[in-house]
Design a protein around this ligand. Structure first.
Ligand SMILES: [Zn+2]
Length: 284
């Protein structure tokens, strides 16, 4: 979404703001129990992971700023309080928008590049910045869980992490997983399609077969769902690359993708956008 906002915001700030308020007014935060102390919250933007227990409340990502109070209310409904820890899977605004609210009372933890990119985001409040960062992996001990923060280099962006709740047997994949859809790979922010695929395959090799997976976008998933999604990412990107090197027309390639992968191009990342990302990746 970052590029979209960068292009439109200066031109249509007032209209955009009103449209955004209308859009978020209609959003409900829907909780789904995942396992043990872990819930998933869906609203608008990236899915939120939530742990509530004896050590308090921890969240993974926090959607858009206008949803902060609704997210807090959903946490309270489940018996939680203000998050002590906020883990960010990456810097995009649909995953860090409520950082400034939750960061006033909790500690935000993320990869080094999340802080660097948020520092260069215009008008991003200081309370939304990660106070603790890491350059490779880190471990958080909370609510009787061992939570592995695993850096996924140069995939969706250059600052992504998977968040693996080892005891609960749950992993939040951030935007390395758009369940059953073509992904967004942010080439301008250090992303790469080959890196994206390698990162997902590394996580698949690491986690147990019966793990529950919170995707960045889409419904709660299994390891088989993540495997079939990355298989489609691999196969579709390979066929698009072959078509582009053949000199085929990008619009024709996108039309073929829509036939071969019905329903996979949706919303922000339709088939044409996926082709454009693959082209940008090849030219980077
Ligand atoms: Zn993202």
């Amino acid at each position: 979404m970052r590029l979209f906002f960068r292009l439109l915001l200066p031109l249509t700030l007032t209209t955009q703001t009103w449209a955004a308020e209308d859009r978020f007014a209609a959003v409900d935060i829907k909780p789904t129990h995942v396992a043990g102390a872990i819930h998933m919250l869906e609203g608008a933007g990236g899915n939120i992971g939530l742990s509530i227990g004896d050590d308090g409340t921890l969240i993974v990502d926090d959607q858009y700023a206008p949803l902060g109070d609704k997210i807090q209310a959903a946490i309270a409904e489940l018996g939680g309080d203000q998050p002590r820890l906020i883990l960010n899977t990456h810097f995009h605004g649909d995953h860090t928008g409520s950082n400034p609210q939750f960061g006033r009372t909790g500690t935000i933890v993320a990869h080094d590049n999340v802080r660097i990119r948020l520092l260069t985001t215009a008008n991003f409040p200081r309370t939304g910045l990660p106070l603790v960062t890491y350059d490779d992996d880190a471990t958080v001990h909370f609510n009787d869980d061992t939570i592995a923060l695993i850096h996924l280099p140069n995939g969706h962006t250059d600052g992504d992490s998977a968040v693996w709740f080892k005891h609960s047997n749950v992993v939040h994949m951030g935007d390395h997983f758009f369940n059953g859809r073509f992904p967004y790979v942010d080439i301008d922010s250090g992303g790469s399609i080959d890196g994206f695929i390698a990162n997902v395959e590394n996580v698949l090799a690491l986690v147990p077969d019966d793990i529950k997976i919170i995707p960045g976008h889409g419904a709660l998933a299994s390891k088989a769902d993540l495997q079939s999604t990355i298989d489609a990412v691999k196969a579709s990107s390979a066929s698009v690359r072959a078509g582009l090197s053949n000199g085929d027309d990008a619009a024709d390639i996108a039309a073929t993708l829509d036939q071969d992968y019905p329903g996979w191009g949706s919303g922000f990342i339709n088939a044409s956008r996926w082709v454009a990302i693959i082209l940008a990746d090849a030219n980077k």
